[in-house]
Design a protein around this ligand. Structure first.
Ligand SMILES: [Zn+2]
Ligand SMILES: [Zn+2]
Length: 258
């Protein structure tokens, strides 16, 4: 069961042609889509898309880029939004020190707010982290100590050391089209080492189109190209990897009853 566990169907580039884009993905065997939120003003539209399609689910959360605009967002507002039956995940949240679009303290505080809601609801936390390995790991370790919560690192591009550390904390790792890039040699090595029961694939569409689609607007159909690349790196068949990543999705995103 092939799933795109992270896409932005309501972003420019996809929203204009949502139905056709979903149909192209279905034609390539994609059986589910998680439509990810990045700011509160998007939540209604992101959730509405999930209500229109039985194979689309939604997340609610605030991207670290948008943290400054949501500094006062409380856990109660986030928790309330998760009560919609189509909302199956929290995020994307986390830390982005590469762009630093928001104050780092505000990013960290909001990250912890999201973690608390993931712990309380049992919904998986979708984590974005870029150039912020130390602080991401420190917060995850501290918060896991207060009580476990389900979580994944989306669009994983960090070091193997960081990857091993989050695996040790119980997290799942989701690979995007970046793993198909020739420049991503270390990531390709690490992709082969991720335990079978901790691996997901995603597009992060409309961004990061995988080989052989680089330069195009990324769309969920391309998750099959990333899956094929990762299957090759791991020496397994595409069918077997679709099966294991699909099973991992059903375990972690249990609210998306498939
Ligand atoms: Zn992200
Ligand atoms: Zn994203």
């Amino acid at each position: 069961m092939l799933i795109d566990s992270h896409c932005h169907l309501n972003y420019k580039g996809l929203v204009e042609d949502q139905d056709a884009i979903l149909n192209r993905a279905r034609a390539r065997g994609v059986r589910g889509f998680v439509n990810i939120s990045t700011r509160q003003s998007e939540w209604d539209a992101v959730i509405a898309t999930a209500h229109r399609h039985t194979d689309v689910w939604a997340s609610v959360g605030i991207h670290p880029h948008e943290a400054d605009d949501h500094a006062d967002l409380g856990a109660a507002v986030l928790a309330e939004a998760t009560r919609d039956p189509r909302v199956v995940a929290i995020g994307e949240t986390g830390l982005d020190y590469y762009y630093d679009h928001s104050d780092r303290q505000v990013q960290q505080a909001l990250f912890r707010t999201h973690i608390g809601v993931a712990r309380d609801t049992g919904l998986p936390l979708v984590i974005h982290t870029r150039d912020a390995e130390d602080d991401t790991l420190a917060i995850l370790t501290d918060e896991m100590g207060k009580g476990a919560f389900p979580a994944l690192i989306h669009c994983f591009t960090a070091s193997a050391n960081f990857g091993q550390a989050v695996l040790d904390l119980g997290l799942t790792i989701s690979l995007s089209g970046i793993v198909t890039f020739k420049s991503a040699k270390d990531l390709a090595v690490f992709a082969a080492q991720i335990p079978e029961d901790r691996l997901l694939v995603e597009t992060d569409a409309p961004f990061l189109a995988p080989v052989p689609h680089r330069g195009k607007v990324c769309e969920p159909a391309f998750v099959s190209d990333t899956l094929a690349c990762v299957a090759g790196l791991r020496g397994v068949t595409v069918e077997a990897l679709a099966e294991t990543t699909g099973a991992n999705f059903r375990t972690l995103f249990a609210k998306a009853a498939l």
